[in-house]
Design a protein around this ligand. Structure first.
Ligand SMILES: [Zn+2]
Length: 71
């Protein structure tokens, strides 16, 4: 799998939390939903997602792999 530079930079931003920084998660994280508020990795929670960084709860944003933009 190849990533663009901006996707790599976005991942650095998305994974700024210990819960999602584990190396075994770095591949899986691409398919996880994003937070609609701060665009970091959100964790599935009840019917939507919950963001460990900003505390957002609600519907998930697009999967991490679809964002990949400069932040
Ligand atoms: Zn957030």
């Amino acid at each position: 799998m190849s990533m663009t530079e901006s996707q790599k930079r976005y991942l650095e931003h998305a994974m700024q939390h210990n819960l999602v920084r584990h190396p075994s998660l770095s591949e899986r994280v691409l398919d996880m939903p994003s937070c609609r508020k701060c665009e970091r990795v959100a964790l599935r929670h009840r019917k939507g997602v919950r963001c460990p960084v900003c505390g957002y709860e609600g519907p998930g944003g697009p999967p991490i792999r679809l964002i990949g933009r400069d932040v």
